[in-house]
Design a protein around this ligand. Structure first.
Ligand SMILES: C[S@@+](CC[C@H](N)C(=O)[O-])C[C@H]1O[C@@H](n2cnc3c(N)ncnc32)[C@H](O)[C@@H]1O
Length: 276
């Protein structure tokens, strides 16, 4: 929907109060939104332009906005743990997810990263997102549809294990947020073209260590780096100008690697991407 346009029945709306508390509401005619500061009829929001001030029946004003993707991800119902927005941006940048890329992603989880990947690859790209748990896959489909109204054409949601899908799709980029990414290294080694990236998101250092050793053993990857992102928000109120007391201390470690070809890359036609 164009920024600023009127809210439609079925859209998601973010209601924010004076203290910055946010409420995510799926608009439906005839339904009422209830909070501690009163109630709002969804019909009072539907048909009003984005950015309007809506007042509860007890006089509390709330701003009605379309959620940014980051707001939506942090507020949406979760099946599996989502990738945090603070990590998504750097991952998209360092894995070089660009318009037109063909990406294989797993596991879909709650669909948070899938939404970001779909935006980054644009209409000319494709995100094949694979989830081994049927309940998570169904939940992700609902969350993606609720954000966009339906699943975007550039997202292909599949149920199963990611490893065979990497071989089938032969992606430009692979993004893995799952506990044992080392099982995907061999398919990635076969399927990625020279320069292609594989990015992983892992919560613990023993996992990162196992994965890094497996990457080294494959002797096919270069430009390997592991990093984490810390984001510290600040309070700026009059003379109180300081970091917030609380922050998200730890989410996950991002590791990015690129495929290299062996022996200068000269290989016979039909060979598997120059990999031995
Ligand atoms: C932490 S969640 C992913 C969250 C997702 N990135 C998001 O932002 O919503 C990990 C998911 O990977 C799935 N999974 C684990 N191993 C898998 C595999 N080999 N193939 C496909 N999915 C897998 C799990 O079922 C789980 O739903």
């Amino acid at each position: 929907m164009p920024t600023g346009s009127d809210f439609l029945d079925g859209e998601v709306c973010l209601l924010t109060d004076r203290k910055g508390r946010q409420h995510l509401v799926s608009l439906a005619g005839g339904v009422q939104f209830q909070m501690d500061k009163g109630t709002i009829e969804h019909d009072d929001i539907i048909g009003t332009p984005e950015g309007s001030l809506i007042t509860t029946n007890r006089g509390t004003p709330l701003v009605a906005l379309r959620p940014r993707l980051a707001d939506y991800v942090l507020r949406m119902k979760r099946g599996a743990a989502v990738m945090y927005p603070k990590d998504t941006g750097p991952l998209l940048t360092w894995a070089d997810i660009a318009p037109g890329c063909r990406v294989v992603e797993a596991g879909t989880g709650s669909g948070a990263l899938t939404l970001a990947l779909s935006r980054a690859v644009g209409g000319g790209g494709r995100v094949v997102s694979v989830e081994r748990r049927d309940d998570h896959a169904k939940h992700a489909r609902r969350m993606i549809s609720s954000f966009h109204g339906s699943v975007p054409d550039n997202i292909d949601l599949r149920v199963g294990d990611v490893e065979p899908v990497i071989d089938e799709v032969r992606p430009d980029r692979i993004v893995l947020d799952l506990p044992e990414p080392w099982h995907a290294i061999e398919p990635a080694r076969r399927a990625l073209a020279g320069g292609g990236t594989i990015a992983t998101y892992l919560p613990t250092i023993p996992q990162v260590q196992t994965y890094r050793e497996a990457l080294d053993d494959a002797r096919t990857f270069t430009e390997i780096s592991t990093f984490e992102i810390m984001m510290r928000t600040w309070t700026i109120e009059g003379r109180s100008v300081r970091p917030d007391h609380r922050m998200i201390g730890h989410t996950g470690f991002i590791t990015v690697a690129r495929k290299r070809l062996k022996d200068g890359g000269k290989h016979p036609a039909g060979a598997s991407n120059g990999t031995d």
